[in-house]
Design a protein around this ligand. Structure first.
Ligand code: NAD
Length: 504
């Protein structure tokens, strides 16, 4: 069942999917107009919206009740307002076609739709309905053409067989599309995001391997590294490459990255380069990796000179996220991941920021929304040419802190928390800085930098976004409103870093 706001392309998607499945394309709005004998706009004029909603509930309910395997229903944008319809949807695979409000307006304005006459009202409706769509959706497809619907169809079909509550996100980038499966209990359930009958090799760290490698599908071999950032080196990459070569891994095999962001970045890099590229599957087990590092295809290792300095873009072939693995994650690691959640919420703004700011607990939905935020950014700019820079909010200073402290003093997430505070100071958002500091502090994240500020400022010069002698910063106008490429006077950067070294 396709759901989504007006203009999200439900009718076209439904027709394409039904044709591919040799089922019926059942369009709720078309059926309604047929039964009414006139257009929906005319029904609004004659009897008003409330009367229309009653009819819509009956037609949608009947469709959902009688649809068979392979049939595809496109629901009207407002059908999910009905609790009866929402209850019926629980029996089906519900796919949310994402669309942003500007595109939706462009597609439907001026076409006689009764609820698309006034732009402000349209935007209000969009915000009101979004949580309803998100609440019923099992799968999330990015704004797209029917091609994406067709390519994601095998994964959508398999969703009904996954453990209850599993969500599917379809990640799109220029180089590759891939499924992200997210759900409690997925690891060890037999679910797997890729279809291949490929042989699997695994890279993990010693801690995570001991906890979870037995829950993976059968493996040809496991290579483990010592836990922690200090293992994200070329020397570790060489160990992995050579172990894979000795183990006979070929280009038709799959490399599984089981662990946190360090394992993901390292294994992803090894997958990008081993025999010039093999498929990788991410199985993130830390919060940093589940909300951020496992998606988007940035892989690599650190140099003593600077962080993430050697690497490659290599999108995974699939991601399997089981939030249940976070139960064994030590508290400080969970806190470090929380800093990435705060960063993502500041970038996303809206409902995610509201929930994070008001102290909502971390749950699968919050992880899901962080992933959606990241995937939406990456899909528009895989190779960091512009839009993707927003994801580096707080990271210019964070990476400099990590480099200046030889990757030993701070976890990545802890450095990100400090980097966010500096970015908010440079953004001139004093009140938001205070609120963010309170959020970080509530998770026992450090608010005071224990490092030489001059070393940190010097290390910012190595930032990979630098052009010429200037390091551009990512700054905020407010939650959800990010500016990239901001040139900041050196004195301001020094002051923002120096401020971090003083307890307030
Ligand atoms: N590629 C990207 O887009 C991206 C994005 C964000 C961060 N990163 C990178 O991620 C790295 C940080 O990731 P991290 O914070 O996950 O660090 P990490 O991989 O070192 O994991 C942190 C610690 O938690 C342990 N651990 C992981 N999962 C566990 C579990 N379920 N139970 C018990 N222990 C567990 C690990 O053994 C390790 O000791 C940094 O190198 C950062 O640059 C990459």
């Amino acid at each position: 069942v396709f759901v989504g706001f007006m203009g999200s392309g439900k009718t076209r998607a439904g027709r394409a999917a039904a044709a591919a499945l040799h089922g019926h394309a059942l369009d709720c709005d078309e059926l309604l107009e047929h039964e009414l004998g006139h257009s929906i706009a005319e029904e609004f004029e004659r009897r008003g919206e409330a009367s229309f909603r009653e009819r819509e509930e009956q037609v949608a309910g009947a469709l959902l009740g009688r649809a068979g395997d392979g049939d595809v229903i496109s629901l009207g944008g407002g059908a999910v307002l009905s609790p009866v319809v929402r209850a019926e949807l629980a029996r089906h695979t519900v796919v949310l076609l994402e669309v942003d409000v500007d595109h939706a307006w462009d597609r439907v304005a001026g076409r006689g739709r009764p609820l698309a006459r006034d732009r402000d009202a349209f935007e209000r409706l969009f915000k009101e309905r979004r949580p309803l769509y998100e609440g019923v959706a099992d799968a999330f497809l990015p704004p797209s053409d029917p091609g994406v619907v067709l390519r994601s169809l095998p994964a959508l079909r398999k969703l009904a067989a996954q453990p209850p509550g599993t969500r599917l996100l379809w990640a799109t980038t220029t180089s590759r599309e891939y499924p992200v499966l997210l759900g409690e209990g997925l690891l060890g359930s037999g679910s797997w995001p890729t279809d291949t009958s490929a042989r699997r090799y695994c890279v993990s760290d010693e801690t995570v391997s001991a906890l979870f490698s037995a829950r993976l599908p059968p493996l040809e071999g496991v290579v483990t590294i010592s836990p922690g950032e200090e293992s994200k080196t070329l020397a570790s990459a060489e160990r992995v490459w050579r172990a894979l070569a000795r183990g006979g891994m070929t280009r038709s095999d799959e490399l599984v990255a089981l662990g946190g962001g360090v394992v993901g970045d390292l294994a992803g890099f090894c997958a990008a380069t081993y025999q010039r590229g093999v498929a990788s599957v991410m199985v993130p087990t830390s919060l940093v990796a589940q909300v951020d590092a496992a998606y988007g295809g940035k892989t690599g290792v650190d140099l003593p000179e600077a962080k993430n300095y050697v690497g490659a873009y290599h999108q995974p072939s699939g991601v399997l996220v089981d939030p249940g693995t976070l139960r064994s994650l030590p508290e400080p690691e969970l806190a470090a991941g929380w800093a990435e959640v705060v960063k993502t919420a500041l970038i996303a703004g809206g409902d995610l920021w509201r929930r994070v700011e008001s102290g909502d607990p971390l749950d699968a939905r919050m992880i899901l929304d962080c992933v959606r935020t990241k995937l939406a950014v990456v899909s528009s700019d895989e190779r960091d040419a512009g839009r993707r820079h927003v994801l580096n909010l707080g990271h210019t200073i964070a990476h400099a802190i990590e480099t200046a402290t030889a990757y030993r003093r701070y976890r990545h997430g802890e450095a990100v928390g400090l980097g966010l505070l500096a970015a908010l100071r440079l953004s001139g958002l004093d009140e938001l800085r205070v609120r963010t500091a309170a959020l970080l502090s509530a998770h026992n994240l450090p608010l005071v930098l224990e490092a030489n500020p001059d070393d940190v400022v010097a290390a910012t010069a190595a930032d990979k976004k630098r052009t010429g002698s200037q390091v551009p910063f990512v700054l905020l106008d407010g939650p959800g409103s990010v500016r990239t490429g901001c040139l900041v006077p050196g004195d301001d950067v020094r002051a923002a870093v120096a401020e971090l070294t003083v307890a307030s």
